[in-house]
Design a protein around this ligand. Sequence first.
Ligand code: TK8
Length: 345
Amino acid sequence: MGKILRIVSVLAVVALAATLLAGCGGGDKKPAAEQKAEKKVIRVSIGLNEASPEYKGLEKWKELVAKESNGRLEVQIFSSAQLGDDIKTMTALRAGTLEMSGPSSSPIATIDKKWMVFDLPFLFANEKVVDAVLDGPFGQKMLDSLSSHGLVGLMYMENGYRQVTNSKREIKTPDDIKGLKIRTMENPVHLAAWRKLGANPTPMPFSEVFNAMQQKTIDGQENPNTTNFLQKFHEVQKYTTISNHVYTPFVIMYSKKLWDTLPKEDQALLLKTGKEASKWQREYNRKVDAEALEGLSKAGMTVTKLTPEQTKAFQDATKDIAAQFEGDIGKDVIAEVRAEIAKVK
Ligand code: TK8
């Protein structure tokens, strides 16, 4: 009897000790060193495929993050809208069910209208202006402003100047656009601009564009050469015009809900490596844009480069757009970006 009691009490002490040990070793309250060693997966969703410069840029970032964190932080890239298109993934980020996404700036306008500033036709005259504005205080302020919408803007990547393609005819003048069914991004400025040019615009998520062109429910669309070539749009489009009508960046963003759970050092690591990856990706994109255009031409597309006079006709036709959207974007925001642009010259 006495023996059994002794065994029971020994067992009780062992059980208590085990509970205490588990209490300090497990659960949320792990010692800092142990927490640091834990592997973390960061999923990032994009709409473009694995050949895209956006994917390559994120792959570069993935490498930098792995190296700097000694393999502790792992970026996993999901391409071709497997996890959803731009608008859907931003909703997931805001809900905290997905870590990251790299949408175009244009669909961000469905969350905050001031992002339409980047949609204004012919806003950025050249890449020097692009770099100065995006890397300067204006670009940073735009990224920072996302935090009031449950998003953390980490960095920009380049999509590039957008060019119009279609299956019907060569486009040299705004007149040639009359009546064409053009897919646009889901953004009011793009809709208004294409309406001004006489097109019949239809907004649609990116992942539906190829099929819509193949089934001829639309005649054309507009995207940078890299996208037009690497997504094989030449298989369903005949003409491309180098119109450079708008430059809309990719915004690589994190769910604020999930970002706020990261240790400060990890946040700093992601931001620092992000800067480097963003710079690398922009250079890479600029290298491959010309190759992509050549690819389109070799694949049989008719390539039309607008002369400065021809470009001016498109600029004139869309010049009231900024005034039309002044209320939505904010006069101050438009004035601010213009002041930054004026500094570049
Ligand atoms: C991909 C899109 C795409 C954009 C578009 O998710 O929708 O046309 O240019 O790159 O963000």
